[in-house]
Design a protein around this ligand. Structure first.
Ligand SMILES: Nc1ncnc2c1ncn2[C@@H]1O[C@H](COP(=O)(O)OP(=O)(O)OP(=O)(O)O)[C@@H](O)[C@H]1O
Length: 266
């Protein structure tokens, strides 16, 4: 859809997006072929078509859930929208500042302390040093980690401590577009509660923020989202109301499962 300023400008517009990964594989050599090649390695390049001609748009303020089986292309789509992964084909337009909760903490430097990574994360999100300093206390507070832990290099953190910092940074950037990939499963039970409350505040209470939310928790999609898409093997299967999308997705998965069981029975 061609957006005209003042008429309808989507927050996110994805047009005919395809993403192909190229993976180099070392082919197993037989003794004879190895002798022939005199020890030279034979490399094959395999293409993985993670997204195939996907198009949709998201209105400003919408909370869009993304569902799909393992390997469907959800994380690839999130990385592409976040600008981390270039499209192989097609176009993505995002209006506004994006903050991501992708595979929590991508971009953190393990050699630096939690405190330094909070600063770096803020700079990467486009805030000024002053703006980050103003928010530092709130971010540090939100992590629930003692200041002496925040002074240690992040490579010494447990995965829960790591995700606490990543989550705290991302949700305090006040982005126009927030991309959340399975982040609600981060941390222990206590932190999960705080994370969910914060997400609700960001997603539900501030209706100007556009959110993309990837999760296998279909109940979360129904609770938090007002739109959803379902991806399967890189293709967009359905775009619509969360209830309809999750219903069709569950039906599809149940059929696949019963077919697999039937095959096992043979
Ligand atoms: N860096 C990569 N190099 C090669 N192939 C990749 C890479 N990342 C993902 N893929 C492949 O792309 C496809 C889509 O993966 P993606 O991680 O986007 O799926 P997903 O829907 O997020 O899955 P999950 O629910 O398991 O997290 C899969 O077939 C996966 O193996």
């Amino acid at each position: 859809m061609q957006a005209r300023r003042g008429v309808y400008e989507p927050a996110i517009s994805v047009e005919n997006l395809s993403v192909t990964y190229r993976v180099a594989i070392d082919r197993k050599q037989t003794l004879r072929s190895a002798a022939k090649r005199l020890g030279r390695r034979q490399r094959l390049v395999k293409e993985v078509h993670a997204l195939k001609d996907v198009s949709f748009s998201v209105s400003p303020g919408a909370v869009m859930g993304i569902v799909g089986a393992n390997g469907a292309g959800k994380s690839t789509l999130m990385r592409a929208v976040a600008g981390i992964l270039p499209p192989s084909k097609g176009r993505i337009v995002v209006n506004g500042r994006v903050s991501t909760l992708l595979a929590l903490g991508v971009g953190f430097n393990g050699a630096l302390s939690g405190r330094e990574n909070i600063l770096l994360g803020g700079l990467a999100a486009g805030l000024s040093r002053r703006q980050i300093e103003q928010r530092f206390e709130a971010i540090a507070d939100f992590t629930g980690l003692d200041i002496d832990i925040l002074e240690r290099p992040m490579r010494t953190y447990s995965s829960g401590q790591y995700s606490r910092v990543a989550f705290a940074v991302a949700v305090h950037m006040e982005p126009d577009v927030l991309i959340v990939d399975e982040a609600l499963s981060a941390g222990d039970a206590k932190f999960k509660k705080r994370a969910e409350a914060k997400m609700r505040e960001l997603v539900v209470e501030d209706s100007s923020r556009t959110v993309l939310l990837v999760t296998h928790g279909l109940a979360t999609i129904q609770k938090m989202c007002n739109e959803a898409i379902w991806l399967h093997e890189g293709r967009l299967m359905k775009h619509g109301q969360p209830g309809h999308v999750t219903r069709d997705y569950m039906k599809f998965m149940a059929v696949q499962e019963s077919e697999a069981t039937a095959l096992e029975d043979i």
